[in-house]
Design a protein around this ligand. Structure first.
Ligand code: PLP
Length: 427
Protein backbone atom coordinates (compact mmCIF):
# COMPACT_ATOMS: atom_id res chain seq x y z
CA UNK A 1 0.00 0.00 0.00
CA UNK A 2 1.29 3.46 -0.90
CA UNK A 3 2.13 5.47 2.21
CA UNK A 4 2.07 9.17 2.91
CA UNK A 5 5.24 11.08 1.98
CA UNK A 6 5.94 11.83 5.68
CA UNK A 7 6.17 8.09 6.28
CA UNK A 8 8.07 7.35 3.06
CA UNK A 9 10.75 9.92 3.96
CA UNK A 10 11.54 7.83 7.03
CA UNK A 11 11.02 4.30 5.77
CA UNK A 12 11.22 3.97 1.97
CA UNK A 13 14.28 2.35 0.40
CA UNK A 14 15.48 0.37 3.42
CA UNK A 15 13.73 -2.36 5.45
CA UNK A 16 16.13 -3.98 7.91
CA UNK A 17 15.60 -7.65 8.64
CA UNK A 18 15.95 -9.41 11.99
CA UNK A 19 19.03 -8.10 13.83
CA UNK A 20 20.15 -5.73 11.06
CA UNK A 21 21.06 -2.04 11.65
CA UNK A 22 18.00 0.22 12.10
CA UNK A 23 19.62 3.05 10.13
CA UNK A 24 20.88 2.63 6.54
CA UNK A 25 24.54 1.61 7.09
CA UNK A 26 27.41 3.37 5.33
CA UNK A 27 28.98 0.78 3.01
CA UNK A 28 32.24 2.69 2.70
CA UNK A 29 33.76 0.05 0.45
CA UNK A 30 34.88 0.49 -3.13
CA UNK A 31 34.61 -3.19 -3.88
CA UNK A 32 32.75 -6.40 -2.99
CA UNK A 33 34.04 -9.97 -2.49
CA UNK A 34 32.86 -13.07 -4.41
CA UNK A 35 33.46 -16.81 -3.88
CA UNK A 36 34.05 -17.53 -7.56
CA UNK A 37 34.91 -15.75 -10.80
CA UNK A 38 31.67 -17.06 -12.23
CA UNK A 39 29.61 -15.35 -9.50
CA UNK A 40 31.32 -12.08 -10.31
CA UNK A 41 30.97 -12.63 -14.06
CA UNK A 42 27.18 -12.78 -13.61
CA UNK A 43 27.30 -9.29 -12.08
CA UNK A 44 29.33 -7.99 -15.02
CA UNK A 45 26.81 -9.49 -17.44
CA UNK A 46 23.97 -7.80 -15.50
CA UNK A 47 22.50 -11.28 -14.95
CA UNK A 48 22.74 -10.94 -11.18
CA UNK A 49 21.94 -7.96 -8.95
CA UNK A 50 25.15 -8.27 -6.92
CA UNK A 51 27.41 -5.32 -6.19
CA UNK A 52 30.92 -5.37 -7.57
CA UNK A 53 32.31 -1.83 -7.73
CA UNK A 54 30.98 1.33 -6.08
CA UNK A 55 31.45 3.47 -9.20
CA UNK A 56 28.50 1.51 -10.61
CA UNK A 57 26.47 0.63 -7.54
CA UNK A 58 26.73 0.71 -3.77
CA UNK A 59 24.12 -0.49 -1.21
CA UNK A 60 24.02 2.83 0.74
CA UNK A 61 23.65 4.90 -2.42
CA UNK A 62 21.02 2.50 -3.78
CA UNK A 63 18.90 2.63 -0.61
CA UNK A 64 18.84 6.43 -0.72
CA UNK A 65 18.11 6.48 -4.46
CA UNK A 66 15.22 4.04 -3.90
CA UNK A 67 13.83 6.34 -1.20
CA UNK A 68 13.85 9.35 -3.55
CA UNK A 69 12.26 7.25 -6.34
CA UNK A 70 9.44 6.41 -3.89
CA UNK A 71 9.01 10.08 -2.89
CA UNK A 72 8.66 11.15 -6.52
CA UNK A 73 6.48 8.15 -7.41
CA UNK A 74 9.05 6.85 -9.92
CA UNK A 75 10.24 3.34 -10.76
CA UNK A 76 14.00 3.83 -10.35
CA UNK A 77 16.62 6.44 -9.49
CA UNK A 78 20.36 6.98 -9.44
CA UNK A 79 22.32 9.32 -7.16
CA UNK A 80 24.96 11.56 -8.70
CA UNK A 81 27.84 13.49 -7.17
CA UNK A 82 26.13 16.87 -7.80
CA UNK A 83 23.01 18.42 -9.25
CA UNK A 84 25.10 19.46 -12.24
CA UNK A 85 25.99 15.81 -12.91
CA UNK A 86 22.29 14.89 -12.66
CA UNK A 87 21.31 17.54 -15.23
CA UNK A 88 24.11 16.46 -17.56
CA UNK A 89 23.39 12.71 -17.35
CA UNK A 90 19.63 13.15 -17.62
CA UNK A 91 20.06 14.68 -21.08
CA UNK A 92 23.24 12.92 -22.24
CA UNK A 93 21.60 9.54 -21.54
CA UNK A 94 19.27 10.13 -24.50
CA UNK A 95 20.95 12.83 -26.64
CA UNK A 96 24.30 12.87 -28.42
CA UNK A 97 26.18 14.90 -31.04
CA UNK A 98 23.77 16.13 -33.71
CA UNK A 99 20.75 16.10 -31.37
CA UNK A 100 18.72 19.00 -30.05
CA UNK A 101 16.89 19.84 -26.80
CA UNK A 102 14.13 22.40 -26.10
CA UNK A 103 14.81 24.11 -22.76
CA UNK A 104 13.15 26.72 -20.60
CA UNK A 105 15.31 29.84 -20.33
CA UNK A 106 14.37 30.17 -16.64
CA UNK A 107 16.88 27.70 -15.23
CA UNK A 108 19.75 27.82 -12.74
CA UNK A 109 22.75 29.70 -14.22
CA UNK A 110 25.04 26.68 -13.85
CA UNK A 111 22.61 24.51 -15.83
CA UNK A 112 22.31 27.22 -18.50
CA UNK A 113 26.09 27.28 -18.85
CA UNK A 114 26.31 23.47 -18.91
CA UNK A 115 23.77 23.31 -21.74
CA UNK A 116 24.63 26.40 -23.78
CA UNK A 117 28.43 26.14 -23.60
CA UNK A 118 29.72 22.74 -22.47
CA UNK A 119 27.11 20.45 -24.02
CA UNK A 120 27.11 22.59 -27.15
CA UNK A 121 30.81 21.69 -27.46
CA UNK A 122 29.70 18.03 -27.40
CA UNK A 123 27.48 18.77 -30.42
CA UNK A 124 24.12 18.97 -28.64
CA UNK A 125 22.14 22.08 -29.50
CA UNK A 126 19.67 23.79 -27.15
CA UNK A 127 16.81 26.14 -28.03
CA UNK A 128 15.85 28.27 -25.02
CA UNK A 129 12.24 29.34 -24.72
CA UNK A 130 10.30 31.36 -22.18
CA UNK A 131 8.96 29.37 -19.18
CA UNK A 132 5.63 31.05 -19.97
CA UNK A 133 5.72 30.05 -23.67
CA UNK A 134 2.33 29.38 -25.28
CA UNK A 135 1.53 26.02 -26.88
CA UNK A 136 2.26 27.50 -30.32
CA UNK A 137 5.60 28.97 -29.20
CA UNK A 138 6.54 25.65 -27.64
CA UNK A 139 5.65 23.66 -30.74
CA UNK A 140 7.67 26.02 -32.94
CA UNK A 141 10.83 25.23 -30.95
CA UNK A 142 10.92 21.52 -31.90
CA UNK A 143 13.04 20.07 -34.69
CA UNK A 144 13.24 16.58 -36.21
CA UNK A 145 16.35 15.92 -34.10
CA UNK A 146 14.82 17.11 -30.79
CA UNK A 147 15.31 14.47 -28.10
CA UNK A 148 13.95 16.07 -24.91
CA UNK A 149 12.37 19.08 -23.24
CA UNK A 150 14.03 20.40 -20.05
CA UNK A 151 12.66 22.89 -17.49
CA UNK A 152 12.61 23.73 -13.76
CA UNK A 153 9.30 23.30 -11.93
CA UNK A 154 10.12 26.40 -9.83
CA UNK A 155 13.07 28.22 -11.30
CA UNK A 156 16.21 29.44 -9.57
CA UNK A 157 16.48 32.39 -9.07
CA UNK A 158 13.53 33.88 -10.99
CA UNK A 159 10.86 31.72 -9.21
CA UNK A 160 8.85 31.11 -12.40
CA UNK A 161 6.30 28.31 -11.98
CA UNK A 162 6.22 25.81 -14.85
CA UNK A 163 2.97 24.75 -16.50
CA UNK A 164 4.08 21.12 -16.32
CA UNK A 165 1.09 19.70 -18.24
CA UNK A 166 1.54 22.16 -21.09
CA UNK A 167 5.24 21.33 -21.45
CA UNK A 168 4.64 17.57 -21.05
CA UNK A 169 1.90 17.54 -23.70
CA UNK A 170 4.11 19.41 -26.17
CA UNK A 171 7.03 17.05 -25.52
CA UNK A 172 4.82 13.96 -25.95
CA UNK A 173 3.23 15.31 -29.13
CA UNK A 174 6.76 15.36 -30.57
CA UNK A 175 7.64 11.88 -29.25
CA UNK A 176 10.15 13.02 -26.61
CA UNK A 177 10.19 13.09 -22.77
CA UNK A 178 9.87 16.07 -20.44
CA UNK A 179 12.75 16.25 -17.95
CA UNK A 180 12.16 18.58 -15.00
CA UNK A 181 14.42 19.87 -12.27
CA UNK A 182 12.24 19.70 -9.14
CA UNK A 183 14.90 20.97 -6.71
CA UNK A 184 13.03 23.96 -5.26
CA UNK A 185 9.55 22.52 -4.49
CA UNK A 186 10.86 18.98 -3.70
CA UNK A 187 8.38 16.07 -3.93
CA UNK A 188 6.84 17.33 -0.69
CA UNK A 189 5.31 20.29 -2.54
CA UNK A 190 5.17 19.06 -6.15
CA UNK A 191 5.19 15.63 -7.78
CA UNK A 192 5.76 16.31 -11.49
CA UNK A 193 5.08 12.71 -12.62
CA UNK A 194 1.41 13.22 -11.64
CA UNK A 195 1.24 15.94 -14.32
CA UNK A 196 3.00 14.11 -17.15
CA UNK A 197 6.72 14.78 -16.59
CA UNK A 198 8.81 11.71 -17.46
CA UNK A 199 12.15 12.25 -15.72
CA UNK A 200 12.83 14.30 -12.58
CA UNK A 201 16.22 15.51 -11.44
CA UNK A 202 17.30 17.29 -8.24
CA UNK A 203 20.22 19.08 -6.81
CA UNK A 204 19.96 17.17 -3.50
CA UNK A 205 22.45 19.74 -2.19
CA UNK A 206 19.43 21.96 -1.53
CA UNK A 207 16.33 21.05 0.56
CA UNK A 208 16.85 17.28 0.44
CA UNK A 209 20.16 17.54 2.28
CA UNK A 210 18.97 20.74 3.91
CA UNK A 211 21.87 21.15 6.31
CA UNK A 212 24.52 22.40 3.85
CA UNK A 213 26.75 19.36 4.34
CA UNK A 214 26.75 17.44 1.03
CA UNK A 215 26.75 18.34 -2.65
CA UNK A 216 24.71 15.77 -4.56
CA UNK A 217 22.10 15.04 -7.20
CA UNK A 218 19.61 12.43 -8.28
CA UNK A 219 17.82 11.35 -11.48
CA UNK A 220 14.42 9.63 -11.17
CA UNK A 221 12.52 7.86 -13.95
CA UNK A 222 8.72 7.72 -13.89
CA UNK A 223 8.82 4.58 -16.04
CA UNK A 224 6.00 6.04 -18.12
CA UNK A 225 7.78 7.11 -21.29
CA UNK A 226 7.75 4.57 -24.13
CA UNK A 227 11.26 4.73 -25.62
CA UNK A 228 10.29 2.26 -28.36
CA UNK A 229 7.46 4.39 -29.85
CA UNK A 230 9.83 5.89 -32.47
CA UNK A 231 13.47 5.60 -33.56
CA UNK A 232 14.67 8.66 -31.63
CA UNK A 233 16.38 6.74 -28.81
CA UNK A 234 18.68 4.13 -30.37
CA UNK A 235 20.88 4.18 -27.26
CA UNK A 236 18.02 2.51 -25.39
CA UNK A 237 16.39 0.46 -28.13
CA UNK A 238 19.32 -0.97 -30.14
CA UNK A 239 22.26 -3.13 -28.98
CA UNK A 240 24.88 -1.45 -26.77
CA UNK A 241 28.19 -2.69 -28.18
CA UNK A 242 29.97 -1.57 -25.02
CA UNK A 243 27.74 -3.92 -23.00
CA UNK A 244 27.69 -7.25 -24.83
CA UNK A 245 25.01 -6.04 -27.23
CA UNK A 246 22.38 -5.49 -24.50
CA UNK A 247 19.17 -3.74 -25.60
CA UNK A 248 18.16 -1.80 -22.50
CA UNK A 249 14.43 -1.56 -23.26
CA UNK A 250 14.24 -5.32 -23.96
CA UNK A 251 16.23 -6.46 -20.94
CA UNK A 252 15.12 -3.90 -18.34
CA UNK A 253 11.68 -2.65 -19.44
CA UNK A 254 10.69 0.30 -17.28
CA UNK A 255 14.16 0.26 -15.71
CA UNK A 256 15.88 0.85 -19.08
CA UNK A 257 16.69 4.57 -18.75
CA UNK A 258 18.19 4.40 -15.23
CA UNK A 259 20.01 1.12 -15.94
CA UNK A 260 21.67 2.68 -18.98
CA UNK A 261 22.62 5.79 -16.94
CA UNK A 262 24.24 3.54 -14.32
CA UNK A 263 26.01 0.90 -16.37
CA UNK A 264 27.07 3.16 -19.23
CA UNK A 265 27.38 6.75 -17.98
CA UNK A 266 28.50 5.98 -14.42
CA UNK A 267 30.88 3.34 -15.75
CA UNK A 268 32.46 5.80 -18.19
CA UNK A 269 32.11 9.17 -16.44
CA UNK A 270 31.87 8.09 -12.80
CA UNK A 271 30.07 10.95 -11.02
CA UNK A 272 28.95 8.95 -8.00
CA UNK A 273 28.49 10.38 -4.51
CA UNK A 274 30.51 8.87 -1.68
CA UNK A 275 28.43 6.47 0.45
CA UNK A 276 29.10 8.80 3.39
CA UNK A 277 27.47 11.71 1.53
CA UNK A 278 24.52 9.45 0.62
CA UNK A 279 24.16 8.63 4.34
CA UNK A 280 24.08 12.35 5.22
CA UNK A 281 21.54 12.96 2.44
CA UNK A 282 19.38 10.22 3.93
CA UNK A 283 19.40 11.95 7.32
CA UNK A 284 18.22 15.12 5.59
CA UNK A 285 15.46 13.25 3.76
CA UNK A 286 14.09 11.87 7.01
CA UNK A 287 12.97 15.35 8.11
CA UNK A 288 12.30 16.83 4.66
CA UNK A 289 8.50 17.28 5.04
CA UNK A 290 8.87 18.96 8.45
CA UNK A 291 11.52 21.34 7.21
CA UNK A 292 9.81 22.15 3.91
CA UNK A 293 6.57 22.96 5.69
CA UNK A 294 8.36 25.31 8.10
CA UNK A 295 10.47 26.89 5.29
CA UNK A 296 7.25 27.69 3.41
CA UNK A 297 5.36 29.01 6.47
CA UNK A 298 8.29 31.25 7.38
CA UNK A 299 8.82 32.44 3.80
CA UNK A 300 5.16 33.39 3.45
CA UNK A 301 5.32 35.37 6.70
CA UNK A 302 8.51 37.13 5.56
CA UNK A 303 6.95 37.86 2.15
CA UNK A 304 3.86 39.39 3.83
CA UNK A 305 6.16 41.50 6.01
CA UNK A 306 8.26 42.68 3.04
CA UNK A 307 5.13 43.60 1.09
CA UNK A 308 4.20 46.20 3.68
CA UNK A 309 7.70 47.51 4.38
CA UNK A 310 8.33 51.04 3.09
CA UNK A 311 11.99 50.28 2.25
CA UNK A 312 11.11 47.44 -0.15
CA UNK A 313 10.39 48.36 -3.78
CA UNK A 314 9.11 45.02 -5.09
CA UNK A 315 8.71 41.39 -4.05
CA UNK A 316 8.52 38.09 -5.90
CA UNK A 317 7.13 35.09 -4.01
CA UNK A 318 4.82 32.82 -6.03
CA UNK A 319 2.75 31.73 -3.02
CA UNK A 320 1.47 35.29 -2.47
CA UNK A 321 -2.17 35.69 -3.47
CA UNK A 322 -1.32 38.53 -5.90
CA UNK A 323 1.50 36.61 -7.65
CA UNK A 324 1.05 36.18 -11.41
CA UNK A 325 1.68 32.49 -10.79
CA UNK A 326 -1.00 32.08 -8.15
CA UNK A 327 -3.25 29.85 -10.34
CA UNK A 328 -0.37 27.60 -11.40
CA UNK A 329 0.73 27.38 -7.77
CA UNK A 330 -2.77 26.24 -6.77
CA UNK A 331 -2.61 23.53 -9.42
CA UNK A 332 0.95 22.24 -9.05
CA UNK A 333 2.15 23.13 -5.55
CA UNK A 334 -0.85 24.17 -3.43
CA UNK A 335 0.82 23.33 -0.11
CA UNK A 336 3.69 25.74 -0.75
CA UNK A 337 6.43 26.65 -3.22
CA UNK A 338 9.77 26.94 -1.39
CA UNK A 339 11.56 29.10 1.14
CA UNK A 340 13.15 31.30 -1.53
CA UNK A 341 12.01 34.90 -2.05
CA UNK A 342 13.45 37.67 -4.17
CA UNK A 343 12.85 41.35 -3.50
CA UNK A 344 14.21 44.81 -4.21
CA UNK A 345 15.65 47.19 -1.62
CA UNK A 346 14.72 50.84 -2.21
CA UNK A 347 17.84 52.83 -3.07
CA UNK A 348 19.38 50.37 -5.55
CA UNK A 349 22.78 48.68 -5.32
CA UNK A 350 24.18 50.81 -2.47
CA UNK A 351 21.14 50.22 -0.26
CA UNK A 352 21.05 46.51 -1.16
CA UNK A 353 24.68 46.07 -0.13
CA UNK A 354 24.06 47.99 3.12
CA UNK A 355 21.08 45.70 3.79
CA UNK A 356 23.22 42.60 3.31
CA UNK A 357 26.05 43.89 5.49
CA UNK A 358 23.61 44.84 8.27
CA UNK A 359 22.12 41.36 8.66
CA UNK A 360 22.97 39.56 11.87
CA UNK A 361 21.10 36.25 11.91
CA UNK A 362 20.94 35.68 8.15
CA UNK A 363 24.25 34.79 6.58
CA UNK A 364 25.65 35.82 3.21
CA UNK A 365 26.04 32.56 1.24
CA UNK A 366 25.91 31.43 -2.39
CA UNK A 367 23.42 28.80 -1.38
CA UNK A 368 19.71 28.34 -0.96
CA UNK A 369 17.57 25.83 0.94
CA UNK A 370 19.76 25.56 4.00
CA UNK A 371 17.86 25.23 7.28
CA UNK A 372 19.59 28.50 8.31
CA UNK A 373 18.40 31.72 6.66
CA UNK A 374 20.86 32.93 4.05
CA UNK A 375 20.89 35.53 1.33
CA UNK A 376 22.77 36.87 -1.62
CA UNK A 377 23.07 40.09 -3.62
CA UNK A 378 23.61 38.60 -7.11
CA UNK A 379 24.61 41.91 -8.77
CA UNK A 380 27.69 42.25 -6.55
CA UNK A 381 28.56 38.54 -6.26
CA UNK A 382 27.47 35.75 -8.64
CA UNK A 383 26.69 38.21 -11.46
CA UNK A 384 29.30 40.90 -10.67
CA UNK A 385 31.14 40.55 -13.99
CA UNK A 386 28.01 41.52 -15.94
CA UNK A 387 27.28 45.03 -17.21
CA UNK A 388 24.06 46.80 -16.17
CA UNK A 389 22.67 45.93 -19.60
CA UNK A 390 23.50 42.21 -19.21
CA UNK A 391 22.08 42.21 -15.67
CA UNK A 392 18.81 43.52 -17.09
CA UNK A 393 18.73 40.78 -19.76
CA UNK A 394 18.95 38.00 -17.18
CA UNK A 395 16.42 39.63 -14.88
CA UNK A 396 18.89 40.52 -12.13
CA UNK A 397 18.32 44.14 -11.09
CA UNK A 398 20.96 45.87 -8.97
CA UNK A 399 18.55 46.11 -6.02
CA UNK A 400 17.67 42.38 -6.08
CA UNK A 401 18.17 40.33 -2.92
CA UNK A 402 17.70 36.55 -3.04
CA UNK A 403 16.61 35.44 0.38
CA UNK A 404 16.44 31.78 1.37
CA UNK A 405 14.27 31.73 4.46
CA UNK A 406 15.34 29.14 7.01
CA UNK A 407 13.52 27.33 9.78
CA UNK A 408 14.54 29.57 12.68
CA UNK A 409 11.80 31.12 14.85
CA UNK A 410 9.91 33.49 12.55
CA UNK A 411 10.00 36.56 14.84
CA UNK A 412 13.79 36.36 14.97
CA UNK A 413 14.07 36.19 11.17
CA UNK A 414 11.74 39.15 10.66
CA UNK A 415 13.43 41.23 13.38
CA UNK A 416 16.79 40.73 11.65
CA UNK A 417 15.42 41.72 8.23
CA UNK A 418 13.56 44.72 9.69
CA UNK A 419 16.64 46.21 11.36
CA UNK A 420 18.76 45.65 8.23
CA UNK A 421 16.15 47.40 6.05
CA UNK A 422 16.18 50.37 8.49
CA UNK A 423 19.95 50.66 8.12
CA UNK A 424 19.71 50.27 4.32
CA UNK A 425 17.32 53.22 4.21
CA UNK A 426 20.02 55.41 5.76
CA UNK A 427 22.71 54.30 3.25
N1 PLP B 1 19.41 22.82 -10.18
C1 PLP B 1 19.05 23.88 -9.41
C2 PLP B 1 17.63 24.36 -9.44
C3 PLP B 1 19.99 24.53 -8.61
O1 PLP B 1 19.61 25.56 -7.85
C4 PLP B 1 21.34 24.05 -8.62
C5 PLP B 1 22.37 24.70 -7.79
O2 PLP B 1 22.15 25.75 -7.20
C6 PLP B 1 21.66 22.97 -9.44
C7 PLP B 1 20.66 22.37 -10.19
C8 PLP B 1 23.05 22.43 -9.47
O3 PLP B 1 23.23 21.65 -8.33
P1 PLP B 1 24.64 21.38 -7.60
O4 PLP B 1 25.11 22.69 -7.05
O5 PLP B 1 24.29 20.37 -6.57
O6 PLP B 1 25.57 20.84 -8.63
Amino acid sequence: MKKNINTECLHAGYSPKNGEPRVVPIYQSTTFKYESSEDMAKCFDLDSNGYFYTRLQNPTNDAVAAKIAALEGGVAAVLTSSGQAASFYSVFNIASAGDHVVCSSAIYGGTFNLFSVTMKKLGIDFTFISPTASEAELNAAFRDNTRAVFAETLSNPSLDVLDIELFANAAHAHGVPLIVDNTFPTPVNCRPFEFGADIVIHSTTKYMDGHATSVGGVIVDSGNFDWTQNDKFPGLTTPDDSYHGIIYTEKFGKGAYITKAVVQLMRDLGSIPSPHNAFLLNLGLETLPLRVERHCQNALAVAEFLKTNKNVSWINYPSLADSKYYDLVQKYMPDGTSGVISFGVKGGRKAAIKFMDSLGLASICTHVADCRTCCLHPASTTHRQLTDEQLKECGVSDDLIRLSVGIEYIDDIIADIAQALEKAAQA
